[in-house]
Design a protein around this ligand. Structure first.
Ligand code: ARG
Length: 654
């Protein structure tokens, strides 16, 4: 379980909360989100001046995507039906905007409002904003922007505890390649776990391994021919894959003669010739085939044969140990390694019974199926639940697993992070759950899907495992770094830095764009220091760190700087952007899209790079130097917080 103790230290710190001041407005936490101070103020003042219900105003005060539209804007007409409906006042919205703007009283916090079309725009007065936001960032540090109330069962009564979420992600298959789909699931799942953690949820990170089925019988037999103890303990993932490939080759070689026999029998039968001899020979051939041996071996595993299970368990344990090391490089640790093998027979039997009782399943040619077309879900087609030979399938195990998880965890929400190729599978799973009578359970589950990565291959061939990808990107990153000789000389541990930057490169490329879009795996583009890339983001962070070091100022004293000195437009805008971070995180908890965070961070890094010349630190007078350094240190903190939510390891030097 995600107790504070086993969270990565960085994320744990992010979830520390200061004491909360509550507000009469729902979802308003002025002590966590500085913009809520402004929302509260505007709603109250505008309400008093106009007689409009202040709660209605509050609910419609939205943050803006570009600063020229103000810090908060109030839509007087809703364009899209899913947005909160406009204030219901029968008046031309343009005129209303003008009228309301004129009625807004003098304020210490807000400039006289402007209006644009059907929107009122509110700009914060720079001084009070700077004093609130920068002081908070510098004192709250990694907790700035987090909101532990979001994950409470009842925000007005913390003693009722946190909501629990299971995030199932990564879920590779033992002895098979860790493909791009697993990579994306790992990156997106890790991000989702971080978002929910900083939003106060109790997060269970679960890895549902593909570790069961006939192929593990095949693997076990293959190990008897090709296995090597030393290779297994040294590199279980690659070794098991090798064994699997080799034994699969045998299966392939044996398929042809079996197929030939079958064809011969067929044509003889057509001519009404005697086939009994041929059939006997075929039976012998099948009997000694690897495929049949695998089936028998797996049957013994299913029947609980301890020897058979011991070997399989070793493969599984060793693979998990290795996976753990690789996940650690991505700042990910799982709370539970479950998997297809862990689903209990009883759960599946109970599911069969429930389905039968509810009239969901039916017999069809000896198998048990669900025909969704008969249950108002035409698009979902038909699915087999139990094969003719009585064995369960991938879907069947998921049905068993969903009810087991419900019982074990009593979760409020569960997310499956799986590629869109499995849209149908998960839709079928949720529908069956619902049809079995667990409508409420189904409604708490969500499939977070994503598009395909094209062309993920290394220079040495196709990628097999996560480690190969990370090694390759690290090497490429190292080459890119070497191109700038002067800077390269200053890097303390180039290999380590290249490794971290490489991982960032892969992750940022993956998070650029909406999840549903696929992308081309492009080593050159992702490792570039130019453009909106991972290395560029790291560079921006490292630059702020080096500026702090060179300033010679004590970071812990920066919160006492005189923020009134930050009057230039560049400074004001940067502060306004930093003020948005808590809202960006809240928005992210809704979109569940890494790009919501990432595009904010790039807006900030662009703004920073155009500020350095205008807002010089080193050559400024002491007081101004301290104020500007406080601004940059705040930007570094927010950049750091954002990067950590994405699962990146911010570097301090490069
Ligand atoms: N192991 C599966 C695969 O590689 C993904 C598992 C997804 N999760 C689930 N509950 N079915 O395709």
């Amino acid at each position: 379980m995600a107790s504070a103790a086993n969270l990565p230290a960085s994320v744990e710190a992010l979830s520390l909360q200061s004491t909360t001041r509550t507000s009469k407005f729902a979802g308003c936490f002025p002590s966590l989100n500085p913009m809520d101070i402004y929302r509260e103020h505007i709603a109250e003042e505008l309400g008093k001046a106009t007689g409009i219900d202040s709660e209605k105003i509050y609910a419609r005060l939205a943050w803006t995507n570009t600063l020229d539209k103000g810090d908060l804007s109030l839509a007087l007409m809703s364009r899209r039906s899913h947005q909160a409906p406009a204030l219901q006042i029968k008046k031309n919205p343009q005129e209303l905007a003008k009228e309301l703007a004129e009625k807004f009283p003098q304020s210490d916090l807000i400039q006289p409002p402007t209006y644009f079309g059907t929107h009122m725009q509110f700009f914060c007065k720079p001084r009070p904003l700077a004093n609130t936001v920068l002081r908070r960032i510098l004192t709250e540090k990694s907790a700035y922007g987090t909101n532990g109330n979001q994950g409470l069962k009842d925000p007005s009564d913390p003693s009722k505890g946190q909501k629990k979420i299971i995030i199932e992600f990564s879920s590779p298959n033992i002895a098979k390649p860790f493909h791009a789909g697993h990579l994306r699931s790992t990156i997106i799942g890790g991000f989702l776990a971080n978002v929910h953690t900083v939003m106060g949820w109790d997060v269970v990170k679960m890895n549902y391994l593909g570790d069961w089925g006939k192929q593990y019988g095949l693997l076990a037999n293959g190990y008897k021919y090709f296995g090597n103890e030393e290779a297994l303990t040294k590199d279980p993932i690659n070794h098991l894959f090798d064994v699997y490939v080799k034994v699969n080759r045998i299966v392939g070689d044996q398929e042809k003669p079996i197929e030939d026999f079958k064809n011969q029998i067929k044509s003889k039968k057509e001519k009404s010739e005697d086939v009994s001899e041929l059939e006997a020979e075929l039976a012998k051939l099948v009997d000694v085939s690897e495929d049949e041996k695998a089936r028998r071996y797996f049957k013994s595993m299913e029947d609980g044969d301890q020897d058979a299970l011991a070997l399989w368990r070793r493969f599984r344990d060793l693979s998990i140990e290795k996976y753990k090391q690789t996940y650690a490089r991505l700042n990910i640790d799982f709370d539970a390694y479950s998997g297809e093998s862990q689903v209990k027979g009883e759960s599946m039997t109970a599911a069969y019974e429930a389905m039968e009782k509810a009239g969901v399943s039916e017999k069809s040619e000896g198998a048990v199926i669900v025909d969704f077309t008969k249950h108002g879900a035409k698009k979902l087609g038909k699915a087999i639940i139990v094969r003719k030979d009585g064995t369960p399938l991938y879907l069947t195990r998921d049905i068993g697993a969903i009810t087991e998880r419900e019982e074990e965890y009593h979760f409020d929400k569960m997310i499956y992070v799986v590629a869109m190729q499995q849209d149908l599978h998960l839709a079928q799973l949720f529908k069956i759950t619902e049809l079995m009578g667990h409508k409420d359970l189904a409604s708490r589950c969500q499939h977070i899907n994503f598009g395909m990565v094209r062309g993920m291959s290394t220079r040495k061939g196709t990628v097999k495992f996560l480690d190969d990808i990370l090694r390759d990107v690290g090497e490429k990153m190292h080459e890119v770094m070497k191109k700038n000789e002067v800077k390269y000389q200053q890097v303390e541990d180039p290999v380590q830095t290249a490794d971290t930057l490489g991982i960032t490169a892969v992750m940022v490329q993956d998070m650029t764009g909406k999840r549903i879009n696929g992308y081309d795996f492009n080593l050159d583009a992702m490792t570039s220091f130019e453009g909106d890339t991972g290395p560029y983001l790291q560079y921006a962070h490292a630059r702020l760190c080096s500026m702090t070091r060179k300033s010679g100022l004590n970071v812990d004293e920066l919160s006492t700087a005189n923020f009134d000195l930050l009057t230039e437009q560049h400074a004001v805008d940067l502060i306004r952007l930093l003020a948005q971070w808590p809202d960006v995180l809240l928005q992210t908890a809704k979109t569940l899209e890494p790009i919501t965070v990432l595009s904010y961070l790039f807006r900030m890094t662009h703004m920073l790079s155009s500020s350095y010349e205008v807002l010089n630190v080193i050559n400024s007078e002491p007081e101004l130097k301290k104020a500007r350094m406080a601004l940059y240190a705040s930007a570094r903190q927010v950049l750091n917080n954002g990067m950590r939510v994405l699962g990146l390891n911010p570097v301090e030097r490069r």
